[in-house]
Design a protein around this ligand. Structure first.
Ligand code: TEU
Length: 540
């Protein structure tokens, strides 16, 4: 059986930074609606909408205080209903971000729970007595620096927060919590959404007293229970965010007969430019052979069981052209190369807003320019541990989450057409060169490469279903692979570096499907490749 999401391309919208409609400097739902025609032109099938629920914004909406209401700055539930309806008119489904590992500390459940040890909501969260010295029960750390335990004066116990202290962890062992979550999911399903992206879903089976966070013993039981209580049998798409997934684990989530999820985001490639066993902030250069190995492993392991998601970017990751392409001399060439390399693999591709016009990282000079709680906490933590300020800022420039969160660049007008007010986060000053208007007017822009890649997927079963085989190359920085289906064969060749090289084309190509150096023609034999050149051949 096949499903719509196996042939789909998903576009992620980070609402705060997409389009402001009322001049308060913050993107909103009406703004998104006004840009649906643009997304339809790009050709995407679904939008993954980062959280729009009511939230005090300690972590920009990933701290939810009411799952069935909309954040004031973003609009109203009527706007949300309109977004779903306007999406349907254009065959664009809305995938809601489901953040249920934790709530905000301002959620009614937590406001109740913290009052007393016998409050009916107490067990919605995870509490622990101080140890003999008054310290937290163990040394579990928060992803956003410091301890994962926060002391609560009112009752003299600690509560667990794997993220900020304003994001208390829900206790999934409590059946009432699980069923409250399922009811809330059904509320959204009834509105006609297309599915869910599940935030850090691999943490919900945690055993914090045994210091188990990801992949806890009950995780898959909970997901099967959720599946049957909510989206099961409803043709919705579900994608779990799972930082610690191996191919074996990804199959547990995504084999259809297990009744869990459609697919997961796994991050193995994303860890390749950090030093082994260290933090994402501890930088090292990307090795292309290592990248080839990781992609090949996932393509091969999930070829017939389970399903892959394909992505370079999201709201937590730096811009891919700045990260692994070249944002100085080859912005467009490297951007197209990266797009072609990713989108012709097997799986469901995700495009993060602005990726399709080649937006790049914002240069941060001082911590005062930073909004992201993860970066700010890390900065303070490392300063206290005597790291050099320059090194910390270097890490933030390379990996900080704000890189992806600067406002969408629409045109040449003030603030890039994002807002008529003061933007909540600085607009990248390069919007005079990089913006949607420019991209739409230039038939050679990155936008049209993305548009064509989406079209190729929609039109060619080989892109959706074809087998993947890595090609051995003389230059280890050339990444080439075959896709094959029913006697048809495509060859993808990409030069993943800023210098020229060559590639031996051993078969006469029938045709060229897409390329990023337009006026070149190709024949069997030695191909001279330009920096970041990418070309796809039909071989037979
Ligand atoms: O991200 C999970 C997560 O662990 C990230 O914080 C990630 O580790 C980090 O950015 C990379 O170092 C999800 C959301 O995508 C993120 O925006 C939220 O802050 C987080 O969960 C908490 O909800």
């Amino acid at each position: 059986m096949t499903s719509w999401w196996q042939k789909a391309v998903v576009y992620q919208v980070y609402p705060r930074s997409f389009q402001d409609s009322d001049g308060d400097g913050i993107g909103d739902l009406k703004g998104i609606i006004s840009r649906l025609d643009y997304l339809e032109k790009l050709g995407i099938d679904a939008i993954w909408l980062s959280p729009v629920y009511k939230s005090p914004n300690d972590d920009n909406g990933y701290d939810i205080s009411d799952y069935e209401d909309i954040m004031d700055e973003f609009g109203t539930m009527a706007d949300m209903d309109e977004l779903i309806a306007e999406g349907h008119k254009r065959n664009i489904k809305i995938i809601m971000d489901l953040v249920v590992n934790h709530t905000s500390d301002e959620h009614a459940w937590f406001v109740e729970a913290k009052q007393s040890k016998d409050n009916p909501y107490r067990d919605y969260y995870v509490w622990a007595d101080p140890d003999a010295e008054g310290n937290p029960p163990n040394d579990l750390g928060s992803t956003f620096s410091g301890s994962a335990w926060e002391y609560s004066e009112l009752t003299g116990q600690y509560y667990l927060h794997l993220f900020s202290k304003k994001q208390p962890d829900l206790n999934w062992e409590n059946e009432k919590v699980r069923h409250a979550v399922y009811d809330m999911m059904n509320f959204w399903i009834d509105k006609g959404i297309g599915g869910f992206r599940m935030d850090v879903i691999d943490l919900v089976g945690k055993k914090p007293f045994e210091k188990i966070t990801g992949n806890g013993p009950k995780l898959h039981d909970y997901l099967q229970e959720m599946h049957h209580a909510t989206f099961g049998g409803k043709d919705l798409m579900t994608v779990g965010e799972t930082w610690g997934a191996t191919p074996e684990i990804a199959k547990l989530y995504s084999k259809p007969e297990r009744d869990e999820l459609s697919m997961v985001f796994q991050f193995e490639h994303s860890g390749l430019d950090q030093q082994p066993w260290k933090d994402k902030w501890d930088l090292q250069d990307l090795s292309i052979p290592a990248l080839k190995e990781v992609f090949t492993k996932w393509q091969t392991e999930l070829s017939s069981e389970g399903w892959n998601s394909l992505f370079w970017n999201n709201h937590d990751l730096p811009r891919i052209i700045s990260r692994w392409g070249n944002d100085k001399d080859y912005r467009v060439e490297s951007g197209k190369m990266l797009a072609i390399l990713l989108h012709l693999q097997k799986g469901t591709p995700y495009i993060y807003q602005g990726e399709e016009i080649g937006m790049v990282n914002y240069p941060v000079e001082s911590i005062d320019e930073v909004d992201d709680i993860e970066s700010i906490n890390m900065y303070n933590d490392r300063l206290a541990r005597d790291y050099a300020k320059e090194d910390i800022l270097k890490s933030i420039n390379a990996k900080g989450r704000d890189n992806a969160r600067t406002p969408m660049q629409w045109d040449y007008s003030e603030n890039a057409g994002f807002t008529t007010g003061t933007p909540w986060l600085h607009v990248n000053p390069n919007y005079h060169e990089i913006n949607v208007k420019q991209a739409l007017e230039d038939s050679n822009s990155l936008f049209y490469t993305y548009q064509k890649l989406i079209q190729l997927r929609h039109d060619n079963p080989i892109v959706v279903w074809g087998d993947f085989t890595l090609v051995d190359t003389a230059d280890e920085n050339v990444f080439a692979y075959y896709r094959e289906l029913d006697g048809q064969k495509w060859l993808v060749v990409t030069n993943f570096q800023a210098k020229k090289t060559s590639f031996e084309l051993t078969e006469e190509p029938k045709s060229t499907i897409i390329q990023n150096y337009n006026d070149k023609t190709y024949q069997k034999g030695q191909l001279d490749l330009e920096p970041y050149e990418a070309v796809v051949f039909e071989i037979k």
